[in-house]
Design a binder for this molecule. Structure first.
Ligand code: C2E
Ligand code: CA
Ligand code: CA
Ligand code: CA
Length: 279
């Protein structure tokens, strides 16, 4: 560690300024990105672990930034959330995802479910239910073809409001998945009162599944509990055959991860859809 507080302080201070400056430029460029339609959708298959068939896909946002190329959400989501830009970005993603699903449907690629990520702010005062309804009507997408993914911590921001919103969405036929399940420091009681269809086991539990007994116990118990409650389970971050063996052996319903496919742009995803089974 450095001695001499004065120096340290100045160093820290200028680092903070640089960070603040970066955030500001990111914010301005994100605003532009929205105006100029630089939001791109990637799709990653969710694979039925019994049949190897693609049952659906998760929609993952990318920013096609002219200066930096394709940028992943980890680089801009926190700024988008702090500035409220996330709502516009997310609506764009939802609308474009439903339009794409409709195009696939019209080409005979039917029966696919699209999972779209929600952010906490979409569960806030802003009217998510109306937006979802409008987009479903505009695109003619059946509500049951849409699944919305939400993390435990996003739910806990305002539990009562989240509860109302999720019940309205569920009543429309839209499905709800809990994302990153097991990482949220929340009690499990929400599972009894919220209309949840799917648990997505966080990839931190899947990573060492083949070698770590604790992770194996957590994943095995999660699958058992979910099935008893009539929920489906998706394992995230499946990368190896031994992870897949464990998951199929424990009747996990769906898998997602590089073992099957990385996230792909729409045209590559379409080719994959036409090729059938993934393992
Ligand atoms: P997530 O919802 O947990 O999404 C899964 C992330 O895991 C994706 O990262 C995906 O590319 C990555 N992944 C998939 N398979 C594997 C694997 O086998 N191994 C490993 N190590 N990683 C894998 P990505 O696309 O960078 O997205 C990061 C996060 O950004 C997402 O985490 C989600 O929380 C958020 N996000 C992405 N798109 C959207 C969006 O449209 N709206 C909102 N609100 N958030 C989004
Ligand atoms: Ca997700
Ligand atoms: Ca996740
Ligand atoms: Ca995760």
């Amino acid at each position: 560690a450095k001695v001499g507080g004065g120096n340290n302080f100045r160093f820290y201070d200028s680092e903070m300024n640089t960070l603040a400056f970066q955030r500001l430029t990111t914010e301005n460029r994100l605003r532009k990105a929205l105006e100029l339609d630089q939001v791109v959708l990637y799709f990653q298959p969710l694979v039925d672990l019994k049949t190897g068939q693609i049952k659906g896909m998760e929609v993952l946002m990318r920013w096609n930034d002219p200066a930096n190329g394709l940028v992943g959400p980890d680089q801009f989501l926190s700024v988008a959330e702090e500035t409220g830009l996330i709502v516009g970005l997310s609506n764009r993603v939802l609308q474009e995802a439903c339009r794409q699903c409709r195009r696939w449907h019209d080409k005979g690629l039917t029966g696919l479910q699209l999972s779209v990520n929600l952010s906490a702010q979409q569960l806030g005062p802003y009217n998510l239910v109306r937006t979802v309804k409008e987009i479903l009507i505009e695109t003619g997408m059946p509500p049951s073809s849409l699944k919305l993914e939400i993390t435990e911590s996003e739910l806990m921001d305002d539990v009562d409001r989240a509860k109302r919103t999720l019940h309205e969405l569920s009543a429309m036929g839209v499905e709800i998945a809990i994302d990153d399940f097991g990482t949220g420091y929340s009690s499990l009681s929400y599972l009894k009162t919220l209309p949840i269809d799917t648990l997505k086991v966080d990839r931190s539990f899947v990573r060492d599944l083949a070698t770590d007994e604790d992770d194996a116990a957590i994943v095995g118990a999660t699958i058992g509990m979910a099935h008893h409650m009539g929920l489906k389970v998706v394992a995230e971050g499946v990368e190896t055959p031994s992870q897949l063996d464990f998951l199929t052996g424990h009747q996990c319903d769906l898998g997602q991860g590089y073992y099957f496919s990385p996230p792909l742009p729409a045209d590559a995803m379409e080719s994959l859809l036409q090729s059938g089974r993934l393992f």
